[in-house]
Design a protein around this ligand. Structure first.
Ligand code: ADP
Ligand code: MG
Length: 480
């Protein structure tokens, strides 16, 4: 059974005039149509349906994952801007795949009469007797889990295998000693949310447990809404009655003292009662400065699992899995090219692949390396621009405490040579420069020297976990 802590009847909704929201949407649609043209508009944007508003976020729903990804990559930012212009309290647009039973207004066809469009929308009715969303708690939290994010669709590799194993363990045996709380952390787009949803899905499938999942941000909105509607008791009770509570992106609570306090109490009550907590954040508990000490301490008491930056191998595996699932044939050469070029995170990698697949589907042309470079022109450019060899040299020299000039000096002492090799390795990984070009930047060294450095560093990383961590850290710093 599940508890409706993540329902769509957001009491926090400031917009309780659903008509006004629809009218805003109509204006946005009309603007978009003008911007993108009739055909694009019909192909992609008429499929969007309005979902609920929650706090500063409006949800828009699309019928398929493919459409959602497409609309997100092509129009996501523009949609946010337009919504923000219409309703200034809206800061973010969340694009989701609609699931059966989602309480949504139908999409707007501009050619139709306004009156024939959505009668109501999900957000914005504060009354209890709202008939659209029956107080069936079960569908509720299930609906808030993204069904694509399961253990089956999670590709496991070195950087995430530990986190994956911990997540599986918690899904199989919640509240086991040593695993409560489970604290997952890592950079953006590396699979934290995916793993949490996977835990939720697995638990619900086994049945007989109540699971609540929400972002820390949503937790805060719920909490504030409860205070406003003087229903904090209900809110607390609801939360404290679940078997498993998962809070995503906890770093959001930094600086939100009251909400943190509330979370702390909920956390304690649940753990004391032997319930499972799963939390994610972008940093480890000890690095989350700004969280109250006592909360940080408790968060670090169970299992803390880091998801590392992706490796080339993992990126290839993920691309292979996703390409296979899409049904579009993507040559290995193209996958390798993407895995080399897009190293930041899985989300961007996935976005790039989705765009390729969309293109292939749309035009019915095979995916080639040439087409890839063309279709992903902007993404690739952005990635190329991201890091320069000079930046890499500077950061690496700082990190290992050597002089910047030693990056191009002839000194061969290991204390200097090793960081230099790391910088060459990172230059190869993070930029699109060729080996001779890299060599030139390192005191006119030969390309074979660079090649040797790259393989030497890779080899050392395999052998020496601490060294590997250092290098990964550098990479992450350079990429962020
Ligand atoms: P985070 O919460 O860490 O920012 P997400 O869980 O939202 O990242 O992941 C971003 C995207 O990348 C999602 O679409 C997710 O399914 C995908 N993803 C991340 N890691 C993996 C993985 N190991 N295997 C398959 N997909 C992944
Ligand atoms: Mg996330």
């Amino acid at each position: 059974m599940t508890i409706g802590v993540d329902d769509d009847e957001s009491a926090f909704s400031r917009m309780d005039d659903s008509k006004a929201v629809e009218e805003s949407w109509l204006r946005i649609c009309s603007k978009l149509k003008g911007e993108v043209g009739e055909v694009e508009y019909r192909t992609w944007l008429t499929k969007i349906a309005l979902g609920p508003i929650d706090g500063d976020e409006i949800t828009l729903l699309l019928p398929t994952r493919f459409l959602r990804d497409w609309v997100r990559s092509q129009y996501g930012d523009r949609l946010s801007e337009l919504w923000n212009q219409e309703i200034s309290s809206i800061r973010r647009v969340e694009l989701q795949v609609a699931r059966p039973g989602d309480p949504v207004a139908p999409p707007i066809m501009l050619d139709e009469q306004v009156s024939s469009t959505a009668p109501t929308m999900a957000a914005g009715n504060d009354t209890e007797e709202a008939p659209r969303n029956p107080p069936e708690v079960k569908s509720d939290i299930v609906a808030s889990l993204d069904t694509r994010f399961t253990f089956d669709t999670f590709v496991v590799g070195k950087p995430n295998e530990f986190a994956y194993a911990c997540a599986r363990r918690v899904a199989e045996k919640p509240s086991s000693v040593g695993f409560n709380p489970l604290f997952l952390y890592g950079g953006v787009g590396l699979g934290k949310t995916h793993l949490m949803h996977a835990i939720g899905a697995e638990l619900l499938q086994r049945g007989n447990v109540s699971v609540a999942y929400m972002s820390a941000e949503k937790f805060m909105y719920r909490f504030i809404a409860a205070i406003r509607s003087q229903s904090t008791m209900e809110f607390k009770e609801q939360l404290r009655s679940v078997d498993v509570l998962m809070i995503d992106d906890l770093q959001f609570l930094i600086g939100k003292d009251n909400t943190q306090e509330e979370f702390f109490h909920t956390f304690n009550a649940l753990v004391d009662a032997g319930r499972q907590i799963v939390v994610s954040a972008d940093k480890s508990p000890s690095d989350l400065s700004g969280l109250e000490d006592r909360l940080r301490t408790r968060l670090g008491c169970g299992m803390v699992a880091d998801i590392h930056a992706t490796t080339f191998e993992l990126r290839i595996s993920i691309l292979e899995a996703k390409a296979a699932a899409s049904g579009v044939v993507v040559p290995a050469k193209v996958l390798e090219f993407l895995a080399h070029k897009i190293t930041s995170n899985v989300r961007e990698l996935e976005g790039a692949l989705n765009r390729l697949i969309a293109h292939a589907n749309l035009f019915g042309r095979p995916v080639t390396l040439e087409a890839t470079q063309d279709v992903l022109h902007d993404i690739l450019k952005a990635h190329d621009r991201r890091v320069t060899i000079e930046e890499i040299q500077k950061k690496v020299a700082e990190h290992w405490n050597i002089r910047l000039t030693d990056m191009s000096s002839a000194r061969r002492a290991r204390a200097v040579a090793r960081p230099r090799q790391v910088a060459m390795y990172l230059a190869k990984q993070l930029t699109s420069r060729s080996l001779p070009e890299i060599g030139r930047k390192f005191g006119n060294r030969d390309h074979t020297t660079v090649m040797h450095a790259v393989s030497r560093v890779a080899e050392l990383m395999e052998r020496d976990a601490a060294f590997a961590e250092d290098v990964e850290l550098m990479r992450r710093m350079l990429e962020s």
